[in-house]
Design a protein around this ligand. Sequence first.
Ligand code: MLT
Ligand code: MN
Ligand code: ZN
Length: 310
Amino acid sequence: MLIKVLGSAAGGGFPQVNCNCSNCADLRQGRPGLRARTQSSLAVTGEGATWVLLNASPDLRQQVGAVPELAPRAQAGARMSPIKAVVLTNGDVDHVAGLLSLREGFAFTIYATERVLQTLAHDRIFDVLDARLVERVPLAIGKPVELTGGGARLGLTLEAFPVPGKVALYLEDPKAGPGLGTREGDTIGLRVTDAASGAAFFYIPGCAAVDTALADRLRDASLVLFDGTLYSDEEMIAQGLSSKTGRRMGHISMSGPEGSLAAFDGLGVKRRIFVHLNNSNPVLREDGPERRQVEAAGWEIAFDGMEIRP
Ligand code: MLT
Ligand code: MN
Ligand code: ZN
């Protein structure tokens, strides 16, 4: 099994079109120790010939162009793609908008929870994905499924599980109370297993908290790719970028007593990699103290093009 990180940034990417935070401004100035990142997506293969995208970002076309293995095979006829399936972990714009760049008429399968599939079904722009070619398969929580797409078995098994989170920003309902209308299935984590080797990893790009159920699930895992949106809960406010805390956005922070560094401490996870990094996050500075701290705690920071062999 091979994972390629297509995009390691959170929604907006790095730099973000309208953002003048010190990270974005310094990156534009060419300051060393900062590198650009596209929005949140992974590509995974079991046997090497067929690929599954975990989330489809608005930068999908650029991301696919940067990975030769995702190009059409030369001998395969006029039209083909090695991309045979797309799995969605929520309905966020940074995770679903790339579906619109896959409307060129080839067969693949979309896997998502019933809640996220309903969101796609209610928005007619996604009807550009021809239903005769693009199958939409609901993911049942806790029931592993063998991935298929384009008429092929993909050699990967997927298990979806709910994680603490929040409904997509554009679906928030302020009248629905503090949860803003969030329900189970709005945010999931994935466990992907290579059918041939048995190797497995967890992918959880959005997560509001590590509760007991999640901690128990992740204990002693060999590899977890986890929500690295923010370093501190109030960093967007402190930098004058937003009035929202990480908690309000449905994202756990790295630091603090309830942060991910503390939550994973002692869990026995062998390899820990932060993905979905917001452009405000100080760990993006490769020479900064926050970066040193998270690396000393055993974490890696994903970058676009990173290859991981679970
Ligand atoms: C998030 O991860 O919180 C969302 O991508 C935010 C957004 O939709 O901009
Ligand atoms: Mn996001
Ligand atoms: Zn910024």
